[in-house]
Design a binder for this molecule. Structure first.
Ligand code: ADP
Length: 166
């Protein structure tokens, strides 16, 4: 059983994340999508909300994908979950430096877990949750960048002025 873990903030999940999940699901028997609960980034959605949006948007993969919260150290979780790989998405060269540092540090902490980088479809290389939140906050249409339920959730967050800060 080859298992991988795909960690991230997913605040909220975008078509880019979903593209990476789909690619990972083709390579592994099982993919655990782990929502970092204590990310240093200030989140717009609570971890429960982020998990719920992921639940709705990954349902098509059935039991192949499981969702979880990630509270502690990623490599500890990966070891406990029996995952042999950490999946990360690479959009552009700008992602590389941070991802390279993280991958080498994780390897130092746990040499049995390999980091694997997957590149999304070209159309998604410019997508980030941060940019999606900014567009939604300014009243732009995010319909082609995120699934419908995510667009609706973003709309809900920004519907009343001053109700949310991305
Ligand atoms: P973001 O940078 O959007 O806040 P996350 O912290 O949720 O993203 O990212 C989790 C992982 O998903 C990271 O490896 C990130 O590079 C990757 N990722 C995010 N958006 C995309 C995308 N559009 N295409 C491919 N990978 C992505």
């Amino acid at each position: 059983m080859h298992r991988a873990i795909y960690p991230g903030s997913f605040d909220p999940v975008t078509n880019g994340h979903l593209d990476v999940i789909e690619r990972a699901a083709k390579l592994f028997d099982h993919v655990i999508v782990a929502v970092a609960a204590n990310s240093q980034k200030q989140a717009l959605f609570s971890s429960d909300e982020r998990l719920e949006l992921l639940r709705q948007t990954t349902a098509c993969h059935g039991a192949k994908i499981t969702l979880t919260r990630l509270d502690g150290l990623l490599v500890d979780f990966a070891r406990q979950a029996g995952a042999s790989a950490i999946i990360r998405g690479l959009r552009a060269v700008s992602d590389f430096e941070f991802e390279f540092q993280m991958a080498l540090m994780n390897r130092k902490l746990e040499s049995s877990v390999e980091t694997l980088f997957l590149m999304p479809k070209e159309d998604y290389t410019y997508l980030s949750s941060r940019i999606i939140k900014e567009i939604a906050r300014l009243g732009g249409n995010v319909g082609s960048f995120v699934p419908e339920c995510v667009a609706a959730a973003l709309h809900g967050k920004f519907a009343s002025p001053g109700s949310a800060q991305p």
